[in-house]
Design a protein around this ligand. Structure first.
Ligand SMILES: Cc1cc2nc3c(=O)[nH]c(=O)nc-3n(C[C@H](O)[C@H](O)[C@H](O)COP(=O)(O)OP(=O)(O)OC[C@H]3O[C@@H](n4cnc5c(N)ncnc54)[C@H](O)[C@@H]3O)c2cc1C
Length: 386
């Protein structure tokens, strides 16, 4: 696949990351999953090569690029069979939010480590009783002297076992109106009152999901990221990169599955010609390729708008890219499994486990239906049902 007018730098980045991904590949990922370990070696190598922080400012150890470059990194690692889910979270959400709104001390404390992979930050917004309706979150921070006391529950938080801290979306009470407003806090994973429990997911992934209980976690004033009164704006600065990066994750996985299916269909012969000569096999694979390419175009548009500072324009494009990529990935994986017949379901060929993995892109970080709601309301101006 080539990009529309891809620059020489982007082509070089794509090729270099693909080489790293191929060196690790699906076998490495399968081993880490079997051993129940996070993909620490790949993470560390990607950090040393400067790939984890391509989007972060150069003065804090990053590459000075944007989400455009970071999405190339994730897509290519995924296409090689070894995606790093935490790229969606640590540099894309947390790194972006801290780089844009953090204090100088927060930037110095976190960005160099996020960029070189020696520090990792998870992100926690989802709550058991709020789900897709993040306006309903109840994790609350109250002041105690100059400190904060944070209490609440989070669910499905990825990579907490790998993380030094979690960027938690909580709420504080407005002293004047008594209304709750969203706020972001850096919460160390070894803080007293911070409890994590792994969730038993049917996902063949090296990164685990956790339920968190925050029980009066005491945080210093400096744990608050950015302005207490601009929480929502700061939050969206992190959520658009999250959607763009989820699209990259999905496109990478879709490309990996499609490549496996094409390779198989070229050779496998049960009548006179390879099965790939039958249009019932070839056309759905061609459609999968087209859908992935289209999703990638929208992802590139969203990334460019975001990197150009157009948060509003990027919002719509990022949602549409996440939707298109999630759907394209689910279809590509489904067709890939089907193309391999019985082998599609064997562990040896390693495609069946992608069926559940591909669904993640349809559900998280915002579900297919919530994106359709967004486009219905925001783009088309249709009335809300909720
Ligand atoms: C592998 C994985 C990793 C994740 N990692 C993180 C993480 O690191 N940090 C984090 O904060 N969260 C994370 N999440 C959580 C994820 O963002 C949520 O699962 C997602 O937002 C959906 O919320 P929910 O699961 O509560 O579903 P619900 O909100 O309960 O929705 C259930 C179903 O109802 C539909 N639905 C809900 N409301 C409407 C409506 N108004 N109209 C139409 N349909 C509707 C949804 O589309 C969905 O199909 C992760 C989830 C997964 C699966």
């Amino acid at each position: 696949m080539t990009s529309v007018a891809a620059s020489e730098e982007h082509k070089a980045l794509r090729a270099a990351v693909a080489a790293l991904g191929t060196r690790y590949g699906r076998d490495y990922l399968a081993r880490t999953v079997a051993e129940g370990k996070p993909p620490a070696e790949l993470w560390s190598d990607a950090g040393k090569l400067g790939y984890l922080g391509v989007n972060l400012p150069e003065q804090y150890g990053g590459g000075g690029g944007g989400i455009t470059e970071l999405s190339i990194v994730l897509e290519e690692l995924g296409a090689a069979g070894s995606p790093l889910l935490m790229l969606v979270v640590s540099p894309a959400i947390c790194g972006t939010v801290i780089a844009r709104f953090g204090t100088e001390a927060q930037k110095q404390a976190w960005l160099p480590g996020i960029a070189d992979g020696t520090r990792l930050m998870a992100f926690g917004i989802t709550e058991p009783d709020a789900g897709s309706n993040s306006h309903r979150i109840t994790t609350t921070a109250r002041r105690d002297g100059t400190d904060w006391l944070l209490t609440g529950r989070k669910v499905f938080i990825s990579g907490v076992d790998m993380a030094d801290a979690v960027l938690i979306v909580g709420r504080t009470e407005d002293a004047r109106t008594g209304r709750l407003k969203p706020c972001l806090f850096i919460v160390p994973t070894d803080a007293e009152g911070f409890h994590k429990r792994p969730i038993d997911m049917e996902l063949n992934a090296a990164e685990k999901q956790f339920e968190l209980v925050l029980d009066d976690v005491r945080l210093p004033a400096e744990a608050l990221v950015g302005d207490e009164d601009a929480g929502l704006l700061q939050l969206f600065a992190g959520l658009n990169p999250e959607r763009i990066m989820t699209a990259a994750f999905a496109i990478g996985m879709g490309r990996y599955a499609l490549a496996k299916a094409v390779e198989y269909a070229r050779d496998r012969t049960v009548w006179k010609t390879p099965i790939g000569a039958h249009q019932a096999i070839a056309h759905p694979l061609a459609q999968a390729h087209i859908d992935l390419e289209l999703a990638r175009l929208m992802m590139q548009k969203a990334a460019r708008l975001y990197d150009a500072g157009d948060d509003m324009g990027a919002g719509e494009a990022a949602n549409m890219a996440k939707y298109a990529a999630g759907e394209a990935c689910v279809k590509a994986v489904d067709q890939a499994v089907h193309t391999l017949g019985g082998n599609g379901l064997t562990r040896e060929f390693g495609l069946a486990s992608l069926i559940t993995a591909a669904r993640v892109a349809r559900i998280a970080p915002v579900s297919r239906e919530m994106i359709l709601n967004y486009v219905s309301h925001q783009t088309l101006g249709l009335p809300k049902s909720y």
